[in-house]
Design a protein around this ligand. Structure first.
Ligand code: PMP
Ligand code: GLN
Length: 378
């Protein structure tokens, strides 16, 4: 049969993690922690399993969890979404993204994508018959050129997808960015998907500014987050979307037929654990220490970087070390040096190579030091 996604193969995350395993390299490629989630969180999961909570959850998510998400949203962003009509628990942020895009995009619609871009948006747009409109983030700091975005809008623009803090660059949008975006879509019927899965990982004097804090954007956006990132549980695949009632209504129609609902004991455990607000309030410090360590280790090498502002990724320029294409260099680094990273060309539709690799620093100090030693000899 003919493929519906002929241009897409295995994702770069599968490819590089596979290669890292094959060559027993230190895996700083795919983004996931190499340390465990909190012990008490695991105990809550087994507690709920043994108490018999092993059947379907309500389609929109366990009410306890939606309530906690609503309270946390108010605490962080000063807006309390209605848990019944504005909060939906999904099977990872990936499912929320799929449901939001599928709910919005019709054949012929255009969707603005800022590149480099996370890989799960475009295939869904294509499957809906939509066209991605690529707008590059401006080098060297990967900020959004809103004038450029404006010039790429048309009567067919249906959606703009943003991601802050940004994977892979670590860039963080400001209040001014959100105001510019709101101005752009004011008076149009363009909607926004705001991928904020790294909302609790912002460093130095920076702050995460959510689309939920911008009054106009709040009325037009699907704001998506992931418990995988915040609670070191990427393998549980629990995420959520906050959106105004009409958008939530459409998103849930999709969610209902993609997965219907998300694993019950994980939802209950996370709802209880969310009471420990210190966990997510400490996350910036927790990850900043790892970023600082990795950044300091890089200073012993010929790799160049400016410290990541957010996410658990550090972008690194390698042109002083090699002039190879980034995918080739990433393969070489994995096989011959023993450290795996993600080539950033994978985040551009035309696979443009700006000589950057992305390293994940969600790793133990020992792992980061061992990787730093290997990189320092290059
Ligand atoms: N968006 C971005 C920007 C991500 O980095 C990730 C995690 N890889 C996701 C979405 C997906 O999150 P989840 O694992 O919860 O599906
Ligand atoms: N979000 C993770 C990353 O950027 C990977 C998730 C996945 O493997 N699909 O590395």
């Amino acid at each position: 049969p003919s493929s519906k996604l002929p241009d897409f193969g295995a994702s770069i995350f599968s490819v590089m993690s596979g290669l890292a395993n094959e060559y027993k390299a230190i895996n700083l490629s795919q983004g996931f922690p190499d340390f465990n989630c909190p012990e008490s969180l695991m105990q809550l999961v087994t507690k709920y399993m043994h108490a018999g909570f092993n059947q379907y959850a309500p389609m929109a998510g366990m009410p306890q969890l939606r309530e906690k998400i609503s309270l946390k949203t108010e605490r962080m962003y000063g807006y309390r979404p209605n848990p019944d009509t504005e909060v939906t628990v999904t099977t990872g942020a990936t499912e929320a993204l799929n449901a939001a895009i599928t709910a919005m995009v019709k054949p012929g619609d255009e969707v603005v994508i800022l590149e480099p871009s996370y890989d799960s948006y475009v295939p869904v747009i294509r499957l809906c018959g939509g066209s991605p409109i690529y707008v590059p983030l401006a080098l060297p700091d990967f900020h959004v050129d809103w004038g450029l975005v404006k010039r790429r809008l048309s009567s067919r623009t249906r959606l703009i997808i943003i991601n802050t803090p940004h994977n892979p660059t670590g860039a963080v949008m400001t209040k001014e960015d959100m105001d510019r975006l709101a101005n752009l879509i004011d008076g149009t019927d363009i909607m926004v998907v705001s991928d904020e899965v790294y909302e609790h990982m912002v460093f130095d004097d920076k702050q995460h500014y959510s689309a939920l804090q911008q009054p106009l954007l709040r009325e037009r956006s699907f704001v998506i987050s992931s418990f995988g990132k915040t609670y070191h549980t990427t393998g549980w695949k629990v995420g959520y979307a906050v959106a105004p009632p009409p958008l939530t209504n459409e998103l849930r129609k999709m969610h209902q037929y993609i997965t219907f609902c998300t694993a019950t004991p994980f939802q209950l455990a996370l709802a209880d654990f969310m009471e420990e607000e210190a966990h997510y309030l400490n996350l910036p410090n927790f990850y900043q220490a790892k970023r600082d360590l990795f950044y300091d280790l890089l200073r012993n090498s010929r790799f160049e970087a400016s410290p990541s502002s957010g996410t658990y990724f550090q972008l690194v320029k390698y042109d002083k070390v090699s002039d190879a294409y980034d995918l080739d260099f990433a393969r070489h680094l994995t096989k011959e040096v023993g450290v795996a990273a993600i080539p950033v060309s994978a985040f551009y539709h035309d696979k443009t190579d700006h000589k950057y690799l992305r390293f994940c620093f969600a790793k133990s100090e020992d792992t980061l030091r061992a990787a730093g030693e290997k990189l320092a000899v290059l």
